[in-house]
Design a protein. Structure first.
Length: 106
């Protein structure tokens, strides 16, 4: 069996305990970019870009551009549709969560 140095183990426990009780250092987020708003904006911009790309491919196909393939047009349209539906579902969940929070008694 292994010998356990109880004194050393107790010292480590006390050290970790004192670290947990210590006041956490303030976090400076002034220079930090990101956050929920930025993530939401970039997602909306990405969905918008997909829709514009699908629309441009559709117009090019309708104009009988020789470099535009029907499969590319259909895939781009499906990607745009799927991303828009996913974004709509996320928005619906956020609205529901907001309404639930606002209806909570304080």
């Amino acid at each position: 069996m292994n010998d356990i140095n109880t004194q050393h183990l107790l010292e480590q426990i006390r050290s970790l305990s004192s670290e947990l009780r210590a006041e956490p250092a303030p976090v400076d987020r002034a220079g930090e970019s990101g956050g929920f708003g930025d993530l939401l904006k970039s997602t909306i911009d990405s969905v918008s870009d997909m829709q514009q790309e699908a629309s441009e491919l559709r117009r090019a196909y309708e104009a009988e551009d020789p470099g535009t393939d029907l499969t590319e047009v259909m895939i781009a349209a499906q990607k745009a549709s799927l991303s828009f539906r996913a974004m709509s579902e996320v928005r619906n969940k956020l609205v529901t969560a907001y309404q639930d929070i606002m209806n909570m008694p304080v």
